[in-house]
Design a protein around this ligand. Structure first.
Ligand code: ADP
Ligand code: MG
Length: 380
């Protein structure tokens, strides 16, 4: 009797948690910069549907339909994009690990979404800044209930090596070891510089020096920043009056360009680089597939990127992928390959139609939990 009800209750609770912890996918299409090629965007639906048209087959055959949680068109503002991301970001303050990553070919708008254009005004700032600014607001509004402290780390991964971007010494591009989450500190990068941040000014200063270090390291190592992944991690420490604690983190990731590199044309260092980029991006794809299929084995250890993001890609984590595409006709091949990757990420649980089902399922499950609780009460 009693134990069975408790067990059922527990199972239902876990199911509710599972349903909450899926990978969401937003697609963002940047404005066209040239009008000498046909625009490939055919239709953008309010429900997250997107139809692209192959410029070489301008008939029905050339149309491809994709379904995401949302699609932002070329006129979407930074504020609009942030507004739809805010609830997810805020959940980090309740103890969820959150990971947001920007995927897409070089020039499709990843850095624009995460950081904003270079020399951005307050209005043009990207998710990195807006997220931190919002977390400070939230922290202030909860001041009487929970005391929060925020810390920031910033690293880049290039050729399967992790480098600290906040050393304070731009010449020092120390390679860092990733520790398993079971290690003593609980941090995956205990040796990366960790800065306490108390205001948006602190954040702006750190982002600036991270950016400078990124340029310095790319010059020293002779690579373009489009070839490395850059990761801003916010660690949240919260404490309530009764001594309860919250420990969570938010990863904000600007991935390397996803464009296929023609291996026949690159040799030596360039080839190694291309293989490494492809390796970590394809590992990310493998991890996402394994998670969405609820496999018991998830191949996190196959790349530095997935190893570092391990705690934020499964379990109770919430993951959001921004798939960026360029609308110009000559990018059509890369655009479709990005959209397919993104579709794979959202394949099992998500998509607009399933989202409705998801929330209905959660509601049903909550109702069942309530009814089980009533049964329990009656027995007592
Ligand atoms: P990526 O980081 O994917 O290589 P960027 O973010 O650097 O691409 O974008 C390439 C160029 O396009 C930049 O000049 C950027 O400011 C501009 N851009 C990208 N997305 C948008 C957008 N949504 N609105 C206006 N300009 C954009
Ligand atoms: Mg970029």
């Amino acid at each position: 009797g009693y134990h069975k009800v408790v067990k059922e209750n527990r199972t239902l609770y876990n199911m509710v948690q599972d349903l909450k912890g899926n990978i969401r996918v937003y697609c963002r299409i940047r404005p066209a910069f040239r009008n000498d090629t046909k625009n490939v965007v055919d239709f953008i639906g309010e429900d997250g549907s997107l139809v692209v048209l192959d410029p070489s087959k301008p008939s029905k055959d050339g149309k491809k339909l994709f379904q995401f949680n949302r699609v932002f068109g070329p006129t979407a503002t930074q504020e609009e994009v942030f507004a739809d991301t805010q609830p997810l970001i805020r959940s980090v303050m309740d103890g969820y690990n959150v990971c947001i990553f920007a995927y897409g070919q070089t020039g499709s708008g990843k850095t624009h979404t995460m950081c904003g254009p270079s020399g951005a005004s307050r209005k043009e700032m990207g998710i990195n800044y807006l997220a931190l600014s919002d977390l400070f607001d939230l922290s202030n509004s909860r001041k009487g209930v929970i005391k929060y402290e925020l810390y920031v780390q910033m690293v880049e991964i290039y050729n399967e090596q992790v480098r600290d971007l906040l050393t304070g010494d731009p010449g020092n591009t120390n390679k860092l070891e990733i520790h398993s989450c079971a290690s003593e500190s609980g941090l995956s990068l205990p040796d990366a510089t960790m800065h306490s941040v108390k205001s948006t000014t602190d954040v702006l200063n750190l982002m600036k020096s991270g950016q400078v270090n990124r340029v310095v390291s790319s010059t020293a190592l002779n690579h373009q920043s489009s070839r490395s992944h850059s990761i801003l991690t916010v660690h949240i420490h919260g404490k309530d009056a009764s001594g309860g604690t919250i420990r969570s983190c938010l990863h904000l990731v600007d991935l390397a360009g996803s464009e296929r590199v023609d291996k026949s044309e690159v040799t030596g260092e360039g080839l190694k680089e291309a293989q490494y980029i492809n390796k970590s991006l394809s590992c990310l794809g493998d991890v996402i597939t394994a998670l969405s299929q609820k496999n018991s084995y998830i191949p996190y250890r196959n790349s530095k990127l997935t190893l570092l993001l391990q705690n934020s890609l499964g379990g109770n984590a919430k993951t959001l992928m921004f798939a960026h595409v360029s609308p110009e006709g000559d990018s059509f091949g890369e655009t479709v390959s990005t959209l397919k990757f993104a579709q794979r990420a959202s394949s099992v649980e998500l998509g607009a139609a399933r989202m409705n089902k998801e929330s209905r399922e959660i509601m049903d499950l909550k109702e069942q939990i309530e009814s089980l609780k009533r049964q329990l009460d009656e027995k007592e």
